[in-house]
Structure formats: structure tokens, C-alpha cells
Design a protein around this ligand. Structure first.
Ligand SMILES: Cc1cc2nc3c(=O)[nH]c(=O)nc-3n(C[C@H](O)[C@H](O)[C@H](O)COP(=O)(O)OP(=O)(O)OC[C@H]3O[C@@H](n4cnc5c(N)ncnc54)[C@H](O)[C@@H]3O)c2cc1C
Length: 293
């Protein structure tokens, strides 16, 4: 199956997620163009296979039993990116850092916030990824989407219902193929300096040398997840090899090999924080796949 494409059978999902966890996907295909993506979807439909889409896997916890059916990996596949006036057009598999670098090279400002987010432009739109006061909703102009039946549609920003780490695309059926972002003319040196400064701040505050999926929980209204977790004395708290980072309590890191441990850590942190502060933490990380049977 999927012989015509860049395909891996029984693909270990730990190799395709920044958390380095997760059992095998039955098939993992990396389409190299929108045309290939549509062909892959057609084969999956004919074989009646469930389809899961991932970007760079930087916001994912894949469970130990892996993912049944087909995983379409956009990172490393659809990677075209170009600038037209003040518009930056990127295919979904382009990394946010690469898009930010291209913008800087062309003297375009607006994507500096994204330079250290280790995900794809497609995943970034779906998650409305953001940092340091910027987020994708501020710059996205339109998005081209492939439906599961292989038809393409272009949607304007207003139809994407962006919210905090949320968008209408999270309903799950649409596949982001291409994103058009509107940027502003800026000073190249100032843009580069801002990107370096934000990345310095990241390196100082975040545990970038240990596998994680970034902030595990969304920011609750009127509070910060990391501060609440810290306040509850949970820095360093562990379930097996999954632990709350001692550097940044909002990051749950993986030093082991069990997605089950990671899931239990997430649930324990949620329970303890809710018991002690009354605030419910909602996961930002997306959980996929199945347990070991
Ligand atoms: C060290 C570290 C730091 C981080 N810092 C930040 C930060 O500052 N701000 C922030 O917002 N996030 C941050 N994150 C989280 C993560 O990088 C973002 O959420 C990112 O946008 C996810 O992109 P991705 O390509 O990795 O998507 P994935 O993790 O692969 O997928 C995320 C979701 O998007 C879906 N998806 C991905 N691509 C597509 C597509 N083309 N079409 C349809 N659905 C798709 C997947 O099904 C899944 O539901 C961080 C993560 C790490 C590891």
C-alpha cells in the first residue's frame, strides 16, 4: 500500500514527535506536493483506512499502542515558501523558523514571534500558535485546505474562528495545505535582533535540551499554568520517566519511554492543581492513538 509515495510501514511515532513517545503507525506517508496528498487520500479512501494528519509532532502525545491506519506527515513534505510583496506564502510543511527566517531576509516583520516555535506552519495555523505577544491569527490572510474527499478550498481568515490556541480547523476533518500571511515592511537588522532576543529568552527559560511538547496546558483565564504548577510544589514531580521540568513548570518532559506515564503525569498535575487552587488546567498537547491492548 502507498508504494508510489514516501512511505514507512509500522513507523515508530516516537521518531516523529518531539516528546519521543508513541507506538507505531500502520503507515506513515510524507506527501511531497498537494497533488500527492490528494492521491494519498484517494488510496486511503479506497482502502477504507482512517487518516490522521500531523505536522512536526511538536504538540503531540501519541499513545503506546500507536495509530491505526494512515498517518500523513506534512513536515519534510510540502515545503515550498515564497514572498510576494508583503505576502509570505508557505506550504503547510514549512517550519515556522524557516518561514520567519525568509521573512527576515526579505525585510518583512510580523513573524518574529514564531522563529522559536518548533512546528510547521500548518500545525501553527491549526493551533493558532503564539508567543511573546504574537500569534498566527494576527498575520494569517487565507488558508488552502484539502478535504478528505480530495477537494481543495481556500478560506479567508474570518472563516477560521481563531481563539486562544484554537481554530475552527481543530474540528479535525480539514488538512491545511498552504497558508498566506500578510506581513509589514520592517528593518532587516531590527527583525533579526528581535528574533535573536526572543530565542535567547526561550533558551534561558525553557528546557530545550529534554524531549517535550512545549507547554502541556493552556493558560487558564487570569492565571498562568506554570505558576500554578510551581505554586503546588510540583516542579520535578514524576511518574516514571515523565516529569515536571525543574526549569519551567509548564513544560512536562520525557526522560523515559512510556506514553502511559506521561498521560498519568498530565492527569496527576491536573488533579493536584485543581484540588489545591480550584483551577482546572486544560491540556494544550493533543493526544492521539491507542493504548497497548
Ligand atoms: C520546545 C517547544 C516549545 C514550544 N513553544 C511554543 C510556543 O511558544 N507557542 C506555541 O503556540 N506552541 C509552542 N509549542 C508547541 C508546538 O510547537 C505548536 O503547537 C506547533 O504549532 C505545532 O505544530 P506541529 O507542526 O508540530 O503540529 P503537530 O504537533 O504535528 O500537530 C498539532 C495538531 O495540528 C494538527 N495538524 C498539524 N498539521 C496539520 C495540517 N497541515 N493540517 C491539518 N491538521 C494539522 C495535528 O493533527 C494536531 O492536532 C512548543 C513545543 C515545543 C516542543
Amino acid at each position: 500500500m502507498f508504494e508510489r509515495f514516501q512511505t514507512i510501514e509500522h513507523a515508530p511515532m516516537r521518531e516523529y514527535t518531539t516528546l519521543r513517545l508513541g507506538g507505531p503507525a500502520d503507515w506513515l506517508v510524507t506527501p511531497r506536493s498537494t497533488r500527492e496528498l490528494i492521491q494519498v487520500l484517494s488510496e486511503a479512501r479506497e482502502a477504507d483506512l482512517p487518516v490522521t494528519v500531523i505536522g512536526h509532532g511538536s504538540n503531540l502525545l501519541v499513545l503506546d499502542g500507536g495509530i491505526r491506519g494512515l498517518v500523513i506527515r506534512m513536515a519534510q513534505g510540502l515545503r515550498d515558501c515564497f514572498v510576494q510583496g508583503k505576502l509570505l506564502v508557505a506550504e503547510a510543511g514549512v517550519m515556522m523558523g524557516a518561514a520567519a527566517n525568509l521573512a527576515a531576509e526579505k525585510g518583512l516583520s510580523g513573524l518574529e514571534f514564531a522563529s522559536g516555535i518548533p512546528g510547521t506552519v500548518g500545525g501553527g495555523v491549526l493551533m493558532n500558535a503564539g508567543a511573546y505577544g504574537g500569534e498566527m491569527s494576527q498575520i494569517v490572510q487565507e488558508v488552502t485546505i484539502a478535504h478528505r474527499d480530495g477537494t481543495l478550498e481556500t478560506r479567508e481568515k474570518d472563516a477560521l474562528a481563531f481563539g486562544y490556541r484554537a481554530s475552527a480547523l481543530q474540528a479535525g476533518e480539514d488538512i491545511v495545505c498552504q497558508v498566506t500571511m500578510r506581513l509589514n515592511t520592517g528593518d532587516m537588522a531590527a527583525i533579526r535582533e528581535k528574533m535573536s532576543e526572543l530565542n535567547r529568552q526561550r533558551r534561558d527559560k525553557q528546557p530545550l535540551d529534554v524531549p517535550s511538547a512545549g507547554s502541556a496546558f493552556k493558560r487558564p483565564e487570569g492565571a498562568f499554568a506554570a505558576a500554578l504548577i510551581d505554586q503546588c510544589g510540583l516542579k520535578g514531580y514524576a511518574v516514571g520517566g515523565a516529569r515536571v521540568s525543574t526549569k519551567h513548570a509548564g513544560f512536562l518532559v520525557n526522560t523515559g519511554d512510556s506514553a502511559q506515564d506521561f498521560l498519568e503525569l498530565m492527569k496527576s498535575v491536573q488533579r493536584i492543581v485543581e484540588e489545591k487552587t480550584g483551577i482546572h488546567l486544560e491540556p494544550e498537547i493533543k493526544i492521539m492513538g491507542e493504548d497497548i491492548k
